[in-house]
Design a protein around this ligand. Sequence first.
Ligand code: UDH
Ligand code: NGS
Length: 286
Amino acid sequence: GLEQIQALNLTEDDLPSCPKSSPFLSGPLKVSFPLHLTMDEIAQKNPWVQMGGHYQPPNCWALHHTAVIIPYRARRKHLYQLLYHLHPFLQRQQIHYTIYVVHQIDNNTFNRGKLLNVGFKEAMKENNWQCIYFHDVDLIPEDDRNVYGCSVLPMHSAVAIDKFQYKLPYQTYFGGVTALRPTHYLKINGFPNNYWGWGGEDDDIASRIFLNKMFITRPPAAFGRYRMLKHGHDKGNEVNPKRFHLLSSTHIRWRRNGINTLNYKLLSKEQTQLYTNFTVNLGSSD
Ligand code: UDH
Ligand code: NGS
């Protein structure tokens, strides 16, 4: 069984490479949202996922080694829906992955950019990931040909979201679900730490990419489709009135505001059946 295979600690030399295109893909998916999901139920449906939300294909060496990082606070129902859909989706893609949830536990204003920086830093301590997915908790992919691996360019995956009538809201939009290789991420000095509240941090990340003479790539719109879970305005994530001012100086700030100036308190790290959880206190300002 799986336990025995894992106990053998197989490496790249012991297994054939997985095929370029997984035979398990089904293409367009019927996404529905079952009520009253529990962790146990989701875990039962995903017996091959290991503690900490870890998976690798048992019979072939994966072409992609991907950490999925979810910025999180007080969205339990969304998290369950995402885990319920994402685990089978990723396994069908035959990739090697772990799902990490970065939980902002303090009562300060929400800070998505900083949480993603923490996720990167902590995930890279766990494994030599070659691809990092930054994934909002409320976006459910609708086509498994949207393979969660990295290309030579930073990737914006959430191309077609139902709430935007399945169209890009604007050309440089880089929100929702994105992916970078660690080398790309380090080149742009990670993400800004100083966007507290809603809006703009994704545009800042896009600017960092352009300022470093890289471009964004996207999957075909037929693949990069997502349903967004509905929710009201989050407490503690008010629209940030400073976002336009901050964005106007990204080109000056990016070198000294990012992964190289990140500070936070990691309060705990726990492995649950379906994800690795980092609980963090971000502090209140930089
Ligand atoms: N998030 C949380 N908890 C929060 C806030 C945000 O987990 O309290 C995470 C979650 O992963 C979410 C992501 O951060 O998907 C982005 O949150 P967001 O509120 O910035 O973006 P979203 O697109 O909502 O989910 C937009 C609705 C509010 C628009 C108001 C401004 N016009
Ligand atoms: C832009 C925001 C982005 C945001 C996008 C979509 O205006 O952060 O709208 O927002 N940029 C600024 O505010 C500078 S959404 O419709 O999902 O709420 O991601």
